[in-house]
Design a protein around this ligand. Structure first.
Ligand code: ACO
Length: 329
C-alpha cells in the first residue's frame, strides 16, 4: 500500500466583507450578540458574478503551484460542495476545463461540511492502491446563495470560500508510516436531516413555493450545536483509540469552523489546550466544505502549522454527517 501525502495547499476567499454591523442593518441582531454567541466578526461573500467554480479555481490553481506541479500532472479531480454552479455538470468538470487538466476523472461529492474530509478519504483510496499519483481535492461553497438574509438565526453564520489540496503518492524509497494521511473515518445518520437542510431547489420541491419550502438553509440551531459537539468529540476519541495516539502527539486540531463556542466545547471535552485549536471563524464564518483547508492554509501562512506537524481534522454537517482525519503535513 502506498502512502498519500499532502504535496500542495491553496485557498481563496472573495474580497467582499459582510460585517456584523452590516447584518445589524439587515435583521434584528447586534454585533455583541453575534460575537458572544458565535465568535464571528465578519465573513466573505462572493459578488453576483462569482460562483463556486470561480472560488474553487483560484484555490486549486494555488494548490497545484504550491505542489510544484502543473494541471497536466493531475490524475483526478474531486470537488466537495453543496452549492454547485448548476445541477449539472459537476463543478469538477468546469475546473478540469478551466485549469487545463487532461481528460481525467472529475466529479463532485456532496457531504455538506465534512465534504472535504470525504474527498480526502476517497482520494486516499486511489493513491493507496497505486492507481493514481496526484489528486486535486477542492472544498468550495457559496453558502450566501442558499442563506436566508431575513432569518437572523442563520444569516449571521454562513459565508463563501474555497480550499484545495494536491494529494500525492509518496514514491520515496523508504516511506515513513508517520507521514501523510494516517487515519480517516466518516459517518452519517440521516435521522437528523430535518434539523439542518435546504427544503427546496432539489427534485422533491424543484421550485420554492412558500416559506415552508424555501431554497434556503433551515436549521434547528440549538440541536445542531449539541450534535456538533458530541459527534466531533466522539470522532476524535475514536481516532485516538484507532491510531493508538495520545493528544500530546497531535500538534494542531482543525475543527469545522461553525461557531467558536462549538470549537471551545470540543476543546474542553477533549482537554485540548485552546492554543492547539485552529480557529478562523472570527474572520471567515462558516463556508462549509471550505472551512478546514482554508483554516489550515491560513495557519500555514501565519507560520503556525509547519511541515512535519501532525494534525487532527474534525468536522460535522447537515445530514447529519461527521468525521475525523489524522495526518502529518
Ligand atoms: N441576534 C439576536 N438574537 C438572536 C439571534 C441573532 N442573530 N439569533 C437568535 N437569537 C435569539 C433567539 O431568538 C433566542 O431568543 P429567545 O430566547 O427570546 O427565544 C435567543 O437568541 C437564544 O437563541 P438560541 O438558538 O438558544 O441561541 P444559541 O446560543 O443556541 O445560538 C446559534 C444560536 C448561533 C445558531 C447556535 O445554536 C449555533 O451555532 N448552532 C450550530 C449551528 C451550526 O453550526 N450550523 C452549521 C452546521 S454545518 C452545515 O452543514 C452548513
Amino acid at each position: 500500500m502506498f502512502k498519500a501525502v499532502i504535496r500542495g495547499i491553496g485557498s481563496y476567499v472573495p474580497d467582499q466583507v459582510l460585517t456584523n454591523a452590516d447584518l445589524e442593518q439587515m435583521v434584528d441582531t447586534s454585533d455583541e450578540w453575534i460575537v458572544s454567541r458565535t465568535g464571528i466578526r465578519e465573513r466573505r461573500i462572493a459578488p453576483p458574478d462569482m460562483a463556486t467554480s470561480d472560488l474553487g479555481y483560484f484555490a486549486a490553481k494555488e494548490a497545484i503551484a504550491n505542489a510544484g506541479l502543473t494541471p497536466a500532472d493531475i490524475d483526478m479531480l474531486i470537488v466537495a460542495t453543496s452549492t454547485p454552479d448548476h445541477q449539472f455538470p459537476p463543478v469538477a468538470c468546469l475546473l478540469q476545463e478551466r485549469l487545463g487538466c487532461r481528460t481525467i476523472p472529475a466529479y463532485d461529492l456532496s457531504a455538506t461540511c465534512i465534504g472535504f474530509l470525504s474527498a480526502l478519504e476517497t482520494a486516499e483510496q486511489f493513491i493507496q492502491t497505486g492507481k493514481l499519483q496526484h489528486i486535486l481535492i477542492v472544498g468550495a461553497d457559496t453558502l450566501s446563495r442558499i442563506t436566508d438574509y431575513t432569518d437572523r438565526t442563520t444569516c449571521i453564520l454562513f459565508s463563501d470560500g474555497a480550499g484545495a489540496f494536491v494529494l500525492s503518492r509518496d514514491d520515496s524509497a523508504t516511506p515513513q508510516a508517520e507521514t501523510g494521511i494516517r487515519y480517516t473515518a466518516t459517518h452519517a445518520d440521516g435521522t437528523y436531516f430535518p434539523s439542518l437542510y435546504v427544503p427546496a431547489g432539489g427534485s422533491r420541491h424543484p421550485q420554492p413555493n412558500d416559506q415552508a419550502e424555501k431554497a434556503k438553509i433551515v436549521m434547528e440551531g440549538r440541536k445542531i450545536f449539541r450534535l456538533a459537539v458530541t459527534s466531533m468529540t466522539e470522532a476524535a476519541k475514536q481516532a485516538l483509540h484507532a491510531t493508538r495516539m495520545s493528544l500530546d502527539e497531535i500538534d494542531w486540531v482543525i475543527p469545522h469552523q461553525a461557531n467558536q463556542r462549538i470549537i471551545d466545547a470540543v476543546a474542553e471535552h477533549l482537554e485540548v489546550p485552546a492554543e492547539k485549536m485552529i480557529s478562523t471563524v472570527a474572520d471567515f464564518g462558516n463556508n462549509s466544505a471550505a472551512t478546514i483547508p482554508l483554516a489550515m492554509h491560513t495557519a500555514i501562512k501565519e507560520g503556525r502549522i509547519k511541515r512535519g506537524d501532525t494534525l487532527m481534522l474534525l468536522a460535522f454537517g447537515g445530514g447529519l454527517v461527521w468525521g475525523c482525519v489524522v495526518l502529518t503535513y
